[in-house]
Design a protein. Structure first.
Ligand code: AMP
Length: 216
């Protein structure tokens, strides 16, 4: 099963993708995580992407399209994947279609997570992840059960994203509105788009997604 989670920064795409990975045995492909790994490794792509990401803008389509094309050919994607953060522009969506066609793969569901923009700033500026296993938390809405200890792996070190600041979130939201939202009608016209309420509690959102995935 191949699915896309769509929504603005802070909609909960990463949180839900991790849950779906466990429930359905399909792999999360998060282009933001891939780019952050490239930045950390100091690759040519990372060097090009870093100032763009810091400004909250979108990295050029050709870089992202090549990244995903290479990734979906890896063995762990054979059972399916959840695209989280890709496609983010109409050219990326069209390139994805071509990629899937070439490989005789199908897009099963595109799920838009709708959220109240006013809530996004608080969601994004409060979030952090376990440095060891990547589990996501929020300082108000989703704290680890034991203070300072990851529920999943027991890790005690946590990180925050450099671009999760009040200033950058404005640019990221503007990029979403201008460049990513136009792909919604693209998928609607193909009949694969479902919209869910991303403001519901984490577990309720997971159930709403699961109900869509169970549709034929
Ligand atoms: P994310 O972790 O999905 O919020 O992505 C973090 C940043 O990485 C974005 O603000 C963009 O600068 C860049 N990025 C991630 N995915 C894409 C994409 N599909 N196209 C362009 N830029 C991207």
């Amino acid at each position: 099963m191949n699915i896309i989670l769509l929504g603005p920064p802070g909609a909960g795409k990463g949180t839900q993708a991790k849950r779906l990975e466990e429930m359905h045995g399909i792999v999360q492909l998060a282009t933001g995580d891939m780019l952050r790994a490239a930045v950390a490794a100091g690759t040519a792509v990372g060097k090009k992407a870093k100032p763009i990401m810091d400004a909250g803008k979108l990295v050029p389509d050709d870089i992202l399209i090549a990244m995903i094309a290479e990734r979906i050919d890896q063995a762990d994607c054979a059972r399916g994947f959840i695209l989280d953060g890709f496609p983010r522009t109409v050219p990326q969506a069209e390139a994805l279609d071509a990629m899937l066609r070439e490989r005789r793969l199908k897009l099963d569901h595109v799920i838009e997570m709708q959220v109240d923009e006013a809530a996004l700033l608080e969601r994004v500026t409060g979030r952090f992840t376990c440095s060891t296993c990547g589990a996501s938390y929020h300082e108000i809405f989703n704290r680890p059960r034991a203070e300072g200890i990851c529920d999943v792996c027991g890790g005690t070190s946590f990180t925050r994203r450099a671009d999760d600041t009040a200033e950058t979130i404005k640019a990221r939201l503007a990029a979403y509105r201008a460049q990513t939202a136009p792909i919604l009608p693209y998928y609607r016209s193909k009949g694969v788009l479902d919209t869910i309420d991303g403001m519901a509690p984490i577990e309720a959102v997971t159930q709403a997604i699961d109900a869509i995935l169970r549709q034929p």
